[in-house]
Design a protein. Structure first.
Length: 133
């Protein structure tokens, strides 16, 4: 009888711990829309801490520091002077310090007037945390 009671306590503890830890997740996602007035544009999340995130709007992560690899989403509205960026995939990493119960919206600051040389080097943009909620 003591074994059954002990197993029930362990099972309840594991179940309760799972519920508590779920409330302590933070979330990484991307901005839903470009902010052209601020030169901030959408990105794709390629990996979080070297692992592909599950498909979905918000990627749950534990609180703490996370390395996020993102790729820049080409935008035709940048104009013909940014045409060299269309066929290239640009990736970069940023570190995000995540707090529990917060959502971090990622995007990229883009110099839409970059020279051809800057476009070829890929240094015309940088990933950033646009906002949190």
């Amino acid at each position: 009888m003591k074994k059954i009671f002990a197993l029930a306590i362990v099972a309840a503890s594991v179940l309760f711990a799972g519920q508590v830890s779920a409330a302590e997740w933070g979330y990484l996602t991307v901005i839903p829309n470009d902010h052209p007035g601020d030169s901030v544009f959408r990105v794709n999340i390629e990996s979080i801490d070297g692992k592909m995130p599950d498909p979905g709007a918000n990627a749950p992560v534990s609180p703490g520091s996370h390395v996020v690899k993102v790729s820049l989403v080409f935008n035709a509205e940048w104009g013909t002077s940014m045409g060299m960026t269309e066929d290239n995939i640009y990736t970069d990493e940023l570190t995000v310090d995540v707090a529990a119960k917060k959502t971090y919206f990622l995007g990229a600051k883009v110099n839409t007037k970059a020279t051809a040389e800057e476009q070829m080097k890929g240094n015309f943009w940088g990933p950033m945390v646009v906002s949190t909620e």
